[in-house]
Design a protein around this ligand. Structure first.
Ligand code: SAH
Ligand code: SF4
Ligand code: F3S
Length: 471
């Protein structure tokens, strides 16, 4: 398939639908609405911006309520809980649709890449109109047209793709910060993880496409970018002209007007010395690294197929801290992986004590069909897992509250993101290391980076005061 032509073809379909909708609007006097609900990670959040861009180009207006003319769930299946939530909400949506003739319901995202899910939907959720997967989101307009023309359920799932369609409409959630995909898919096959099966093989975008997107965002007012990929450290390996992630970062750093660069996620096995050096000397890369540990036990890490040991991880942390002394480290940890003994768990607790993370996302192991771990015996009993989970969480939180407070009394730059939800007269923003700060301010400050005196730390966030230089 020629993917440049494909983008043009989709734009033509968008234009046709737009015309059709405008005609309807003239007759009914009513604009059609859409609601896009996102589950899962930042990759999905970014996909939802692209879906929203297409829907708005067609002529739908965004609403937050799920009784819109077009409701789309962008799903996640990384843990069973994410999966169950979708079925629950689909049940509720059935009643809404009964009272809203003409409503369309679409499902997409990672969960749709699982054949047994689609089978169940086809059988028992006939009120769903359109089902597609992670590889063909750019086709949304075409799928809507096909549904409107055929009047029957449309299912279009691709097993994998080796191409990337560039240059379709998209709608960014924030005017001042953006998420930019630098790669898609994952080749790591950690034994517990379903992502490689539902997101396909690793594909990097061409550096010129990434740089052009960021330059365009910056000229639109963006000051902070988040570079997205399941394993950003292996960026560029499969390009016609291979390029390292560290080199890409240097090129992004040179973009005038861009103030902050973030990225996620980093796999410890691929984090290079070159990257550490670039991070150490950069003025724009934020002092924050999300470095998923998963387990502190080398024995379990081997069964997880993570390709590093406890010692490798600790040595890497030392190297990073030597180059970037003030960096905030955050992580992901899984509790209750098959075969995890009390001793293995103690190793995880030991790493948490040694590294002293700014925060850690802790997950109870969830068995995912089709992954190697799902076939492993000796699943740990639920009460044992719960007990370990509670102990880990308590340790993570008590360390985090001390670590996060290390900047109390200092003045640091905050990117103001929004008005405070709870208290009038306050705004909320983030430090370079990603810690949240609330301080007095108004809507005119949103999107600006301002110095703030960090008065007191309340566990995992700060209360601050605007800082005015004395003259
Ligand atoms: N690509 C990222 C992680 C993506 S998934 C990385 O490799 O770090 C986000 C997190 O979900 C993972 O880091 C892991 O901690 C958790 N996770 C993935 N599969 C899981 C499962 N089956 N059960 C519990 N947690 C899981
Ligand atoms: Fe899953 Fe591992 Fe890939 Fe992360 S690196 S998405 S945990 S398989
Ligand atoms: Fe979930 Fe897919 Fe992300 S499974 S975590 S939405 S890549």
């Amino acid at each position: 398939m020629d993917f440049q032509n494909e983008a043009l073809r989709q734009k033509a379909i968008i234009a046709q639908l737009r015309e059709r909708f405008e005609k309807e609007y003239k007759e009914t006097g009513r604009k059609k609405t859409y609601c896009c609900v996102t589950f899962g990670c930042q990759m999905n959040a970014r996909d939802s911006e692209k879906l929203s861009g297409i829907l708005e180009a067609i002529g739908y207006t965004r609403v937050e309520e799920e009784d819109a003319d077009f409701v789309i769930y962008n799903t996640c299946t990384v843990r069973e809980h994410a999966n169950l939530k979708v079925y629950g909400r689909l049940g509720t949506l059935k009643k809404v649709k009964q009272e809203h003739p003409g409503m369309l319901i679409a499902l997409c995202g990672c969960m749709m890449q699982e054949p047994q899910v689609v089978e169940k939907l086809r059988k028992s959720y006939r009120h769903v109109d359109i089902i597609f997967g992670t590889h063909n989101i750019y086709k949304l307009a075409e799928l809507i047209r096909d549904r409107l023309d055929s009047g029957s359920m449309i299912v279009d799932i691709w097993k994998d793709t080796d191409q990337i369609v560039e240059d379709l409409p998209d709608h960014r959630k924030y005017p001042f910060k953006s998420g930019v995909n630098i790669m898609f898919g994952c080749n790591n096959f950690c034994s517990y993880c379903i992502v490689p099966y539902v997101r396909g093989r690793e594909r990097s975008r061409r550096p010129e496409d990434i740089l052009e997107e960021i330059r365009r965002d910056v000229s639109d007012g963006v000051v902070e970018v988040m570079l997205l990929g399941q394993n950003v450290n292996s960026y560029g390996k499969n390009l016609d002209e291979p390029m390292s992630f560290a080199r890409l970062l240097q090129e992004i750093e040179a973009i005038d007007g861009l103030e902050r660069i973030r990225f996620m996620t980093s796999h410890p096995k691929d984090l290079s010395d070159e990257l550490i050096e670039v991070m150490g000397s950069s003025k724009k890369i934020c002092p924050h690294l999300h470095l998923p540990l998963q387990s502190g036990s080398s024995r379990i890490l081997k069964k997880m197929n993570r390709k590093y040991t406890k010692e490798d991880y600790l040595a890497l942390v030392d190297k990073i801290r030597a180059a970037c002394p003030d960096i905030s480290l955050t992580t992901d940890i899984i509790v209750g992986f098959p075969w995890e003994t009390e001793e293995d768990f103690e190793e995880t607790m030991d790493v948490v004590e040694k590294v002293r993370f700014d925060s850690a996302f802790t997950f109870i192991y969830s068995k995912r069909n089709g992954t190697p771990a799902a076939a492993m015996p000796d699943q740990v009993p639920a009460d044992v897992i719960k007990d370990r989970f509670d102990r880990l969480l308590a340790k993570v939180q008590s360390i985090a509250s001390v670590v996060c407070a290390r900047h109390e009394g200092q003045v640091m730059d905050v990117l103001v993101e929004q008005l405070n939800h709870q208290e009038a007269g306050l705004v909320t923003g983030r430090l370079g290391n990603n810690t949240v700060v609330h301080f007095p301010g108004d809507a005119s400050m949103i999107g600006k980076i301002v110095p703030v005196y960090l008065k007191s730390c309340k566990g995992f966030y700060y209360i601050g005061e605007p800082y005015k230089k004395e003259v």
